[in-house]
Design a protein around this ligand. Sequence first.
Ligand SMILES: *Cc1c(COP(=O)(O)O)cnc(C)c1O
Length: 393
Amino acid sequence: MRRVYLDYAATTPIRPEVWSAMEPYLREIYGNPSSLHSFGRESRVAIEEAREKIAKAIGAKNDEIIFTSGGTEGNNMVLKGVAFALQDKGKHIITTPIEHHAVLEPCHFLEKLGFEITYLPVDKTGLVDPDDLKRAIRKDTILISIMHANNEIGTIEPIKELSNIAKEREVYFHTDAVQTVGHIPVDVKDLNVDFLSISAHKFYGPKGVGALYIRKGTKVYPLLHGGEQEGRRRAGTENVAGIVGMGKALELAISELDREMERLTKLRDYFIREVERRIPDSYLNGHRIQRLPNNINFSFAYIEGEALLLNLDMEGIGVSTGSACSSSSLEPSHVLSAIGVPIELVHGSLRFTLGLWTTKEDLDYTLDALERIVNKLRAISPYKQGWTLKREG
Ligand SMILES: *Cc1c(COP(=O)(O)O)cnc(C)c1O
């Protein structure tokens, strides 16, 4: 049976070139990068070469990059590390309700410790209005954290405009760029941010490794104490092979960025057009234009996302849903709820995310299966009769 992976926003496979770059560091080069002998130096050199690649890819200086275990750690470090470092200045943080859980959960934790969090409103496409940010900043605001692009609906936020407002008021600005680095242009100077989180497994690198950009001179406490690594900002023996793999993966992604963006945008728009043409009562979630090239998110009226997902899975197609009871979460999508999608349509949502190995044939195979399954499920749907949709736009 044909297998079609359309869940690249959840994770990506390691590309062969990345695997080749990593392999020596899983076999013969094993020195501890902190050791002073030649064994250690070999690992140290590899780490510093990778640091240079990451820095160059996002317009940072080498010493502004620290290695982490991924996007979750980077986000946690910024939220908690800034909160602890600046709590004498203020205890107010601004974010949005559509952030990844790796930002929202640290915020909830900080609320329990007495910090106050403002969740900015977003419009029905998921965009933050810069005027709302202007109004929300207070004297005691210490940090603003707004994602570069949303992992569920693909909406790309106007980070430059938002961070410029933060700069005027001298408030630190963090962006979770896990969905954008390696996918669309990302430059920390252009975006004018103080912190930026990166994760390797979202751009064909290995899982369990990431990077955090920290602008020079920015105050933040470490999460992990216990060693001198990463300028004392992140203790623990480095994941040498993972770091090497991430450097290689990002270097490759950047070299192919324009071509791949163009290819995926065409495939994305083809898929969206075909769904809208072939499947009635299907609604695109997110922004039509300000959108990641690889993201498609639809709600299908009258049916459950889980049923759709499982039926597609039986045909070898891997997608994800914002509906509840999906294997990864118990709550329906907080993102779709925050942009005002009616709860019935949240439950009928599916996310298709494309990547390096996605072809038009894959999409045609998926469209045929999707159309057939939607029709089948709707024919037996108890909601189909007299179900009214309260949805504008
Ligand atoms: C995947 C993802 C994360 C988490 O990154 P990990 O490396 O898996 O911890 C954080 N934010 C966004 C937007 C993501 O898509």
